[in-house]
Ligand binder design. Sequence first.
Ligand code: GLA
Length: 392
Amino acid sequence: MNKMIGYLIFLPLFILLACFAFGQPPAKPQLADTPPMGWNSWKKFGCKIDEILIRETADAFVSSGMRDAGYVYVNIDDCWMAKERDAQGDLQPDPVRFPNGIKALSDYVHAKGLKLGVYSSAGTKTCEGLPASLDHEDADARKFAEWGVDYLKYDNCNNLNRPAPPRYRAMAEALKKTGRPIVFSICEWGSNKPWEWASEVGGYLWRTTGDISDNWQSMTRLLDKQVGLEKYSKQNAWNDPDMLEVGNGSMTDAEYRAHFGLWALLNAPLIAGNDIRSMTPVIKDILMNRDVIAVDQDWGGKQGFKLRADGRSEVWIKPMSDGSRAVILLNRGGSDEPVSIAVTPQELGLPNVSKYRVKNLWTKETKTITKELRAVLTAHNSAMYIVSSSQK
Ligand code: GLA
């Protein structure tokens, strides 16, 4: 009988404790289980933005097929805000360029099954000298939530040299307090090793570098800075090597293919930076290559990384969740002579079997290999594959 009473008292207590231990809500809502995909106004349009551009871009997400390929966030970068805060001290949109306000835009974007992002800085002013959110975190976060914003890119200009982690934490906490799920994108340029603290303060992604430019040197310089950061990347905590320049006109199609493939292999956020209202068929094919996007969105427990470099020949790989490997063979360039680049299944860490299935993600060609995967590539060309030991 005593035993019975004991059970009656301790069982509910045990269940309660178990719920407490295992049922704890996660530290931050899981808004970015896969790297965010979308578009950002900065690279192509700078401060020349208005609500018409944003609406037309949302329309183009749908008509071009970008939305169906997985692109969701329509992100307005710097210059959406008026030069002064309003009489209540709140941020307000530029009355000339955004006369109908941000809420009207978010309603428009949401009706298309898309999400809206805005921008501010963990400083007194944005990089373009407009009002920003340092010491206004709660009020500004409340406005963003009230306007139906889904994503905040939070920059680092005019930060009064105050330490970065508390400046970013303050906004993350303020966003959380609003109760609205808002992806918090930390744009601190990699200055204070954000990979070590950005997730813990509430960021879902963090820029690892300064700004990208539309040329091969810039893209590969940023690429080099990703080496070694793979261990910091996980779900809801992604390394961000900056947005995509694909389609902005100063790189060749082959270079854009390499850029897109490498960003996907790195589980980078895929944030298009071009004018998606007027894409050529080639650019569409790059940005909407489902196989490459699938590599980006697959979380096999590890971000892709550089396996080895041999002069201008590089091999990048990423373990996929089904046990296969995504592989990029890359000719960094330096001479016009083509180079032959190869990798073995053993180097890829695949099990020892007699043959391996290979799919080329750009040409869609499939083949079987036994000992090595090899491609002959001219300068700035890449080949991207999935290599699998399974024959299915
Ligand atoms: C910084 C950021 C860019 C962009 C501009 C806007 O340079 O790194 O991505 O947001 O500010 O002013």
